[in-house]
Design a protein around this ligand. Sequence first.
Ligand SMILES: O=P(O)(O)O[C@H]1O[C@H](CO)[C@@H](O)[C@H]1O
Ligand SMILES: Nc1nc2[nH]cnc2c(=O)[nH]1
Length: 314
Amino acid sequence: MPPPTHDQTYNTEDVSIAVFTAAANYLRARLPSELNSPKVAIICGSGLGQLADTIENKVEFAYEDIPGFVSSTVPGHLGKLAFGLIGDKRIPTVFMVGRFHFYEGHTLKQITFPVRVFKMLGVEILIVTGATGALSREFKVGMIGVTTDHISLPGLAGNNPLFGPNVSAFGPRFPPMSNAYDYDLRVIAFKAADYLRFPTGTLKEAIYTFVGGPSFETRAEARYLSLIGGDLVGMSTVPEVIVARHCGIKVLGLTLVSNMVAIGKGKCADPAEQDLNGIEEPLVNHEEVLQTGKERALDMQKLVKTIIDLIPST
Ligand SMILES: O=P(O)(O)O[C@H]1O[C@H](CO)[C@@H](O)[C@H]1O
Ligand SMILES: Nc1nc2[nH]cnc2c(=O)[nH]1
């Protein structure tokens, strides 16, 4: 049977395995044998598309050409899959250069669709990157959070990518998430930073708080997220992680701290509260997020490559 071509009639809400198979077949049929069974998948976050620049024997696919894929609409997210060999061990790897977000209007199933396609291609490890704002003052702009756990605000409120009929071919109805972020991979991330002689404290373990966006947090929301245990906050990552863990892919979460989240009380108009007037905190914007990505792209690139070199099973 010839591989399917892109067809708008694919319904990405259709959870049947055939849709994922169609996308996997489309890619496999167009890849050389050295690339058609990638072991590692890397999702590039805002401003982190350059992570894919170091791969060799690159073969790229625009999202709009792949069955079942939606399009990426956010500045800093190019919208293509790049397959290639990475690191000293020339590990076959697939990069999502640009990801999908819930706030773009895609469903959680659409934004996580590529993860199941990766599973079908043979991916065993997902390195999920992203830009985040720091809620915790133990983090500074430019630091790299190594995710240990997450809080999904949309998930707790009923938005989970696994909602609806379970596709048992991928995993169980009720997957555990208390072990979502692989311990061994986190250890390797710190070893890689050490090997690269990153200044001490460049990497720090963090709890990622997932919010829907696209508006950034109010100060009161930021205080709330901090109170419930969040260190960093972003508008992505968690749906992809849930789907990856559901189908047994190991996950490493790396997040670049791109801005400090305004968390103080702000200016008080009430004269009785004048003493409480804190420092004016700057307004966050996406350009700042992209700029931090640009400044730290090289270190993120080196880190990801060294991590892959240090993974014993790859
Ligand atoms: O998570 P990534 O895709 O890196 O992007 C982060 O940066 C954007 C906001 O500037 C949001 O999309 C947020 O999630
Ligand atoms: N929600 C949220 N996402 C981000 N992504 C990058 N910075 C931020 C931030 O401050 N808040």
